[in-house]
Ligand binder design. Structure first.
Ligand code: IYR
Length: 229
């Protein structure tokens, strides 16, 4: 049955306002960096909850919202996550599980198997994708475009955290399956990515990387729409 249709509460901005908002949002987002050196300064839980609520506004296939944000601020849980993540990463980096081309690609980032930030930060959020839903009668409900939906929600989550003055890292210890058991998640959920959340350390550094220019990421095809005068 179709859902009832309601008027869209849309705020139409005037053109000048649109450009200045677009510019300041771009500048704000262009200052965002992935952080690997965090402070242990506390972060109110309310802020992380707001970031999760914001992420959960993401569009999703058939509006199934196939994501779960598992939050922990518990030192023992964070320690267990760190130990297990470091063990996987030690195999990646030290025992040659990372193929050479991958190791070369990571070189500019200066990463290694050590993940102390998983214990330093006040909060760790592990995002799970919901591979399928569970009906009340126990049968499975198909979810659609799960990776795309979760990816969009993750992007909005990162944006929300940055906008509220917090730092994070899109962290994917590989393989991530250990998180399902460690965090007691059901069979229909699969770890998608992990976000240590906090403030950057006072002496935080980031690699001096450059973002692709508009010309490198945009291609226009055909004629632009006519301007109405
Ligand atoms: N998961 C590893 C390796 C790693 C992979 C990519 I792709 C990165 O952009 C960064 C790191 C790690 O966390 O070190």
């Amino acid at each position: 049955m179709p859902a009832p249709m309601i008027p869209y509460d849309f705020e139409r901005l005037d053109a000048d306002n649109q450009v200045s908002r677009a510019n300041s949002f771009f500048e704000e987002m262009d200052r965002r960096r992935s952080v690997r050196f965090f402070s242990d300064a506390p972060v109110p839980r309310e802020l992380v909850e707001l970031a999760i609520r914001t992420a959960s506004t993401a569009p999703s296939g058939a509006h199934r919202q196939p994501w779960r944000f598992v939050l922990t601020g518990d030192p023992e849980v964070k320690r267990q996550i760190r130990v297990a993540a470091e063990e996987e990463e030690r195999i990646n980096y030290e025992e040659g599980r990372l193929p050479l081309h991958w190791r070369e690609a990571l070189e500019p980032l200066g990463t290694d198997w050590r993940k102390p930030f998983l214990e330093t930060v006040p909060w760790v959020v592990v995002m799970f994708e919901e591979r399928y839903g569970m009906n009340p009668d126990g049968s499975k409900q198909h979810n659609f475009y799960v990776k795309e939906s979760a990816g969009i929600a993750a992007g909005i989550f990162i944006t929300a955290l940055h906008h509220m003055g917090l730092a994070t890292l899109t962290h994917t210890p590989s393989p991530m399956a250990f998180l399902t058991k460690l965090l007691g998640r059901p069979e229909n959920e699969r770890p998608f990515c992990m976000f240590p959340i906090g403030y950057p350390a006072d002496d935080c550094v980031v690699p001096d990387l450059r973002r692709k220019t508009l010309d490198e990421v945009m291609v226009e095809v055909g004629e632009a729409p006519k301007r109405r005068t």
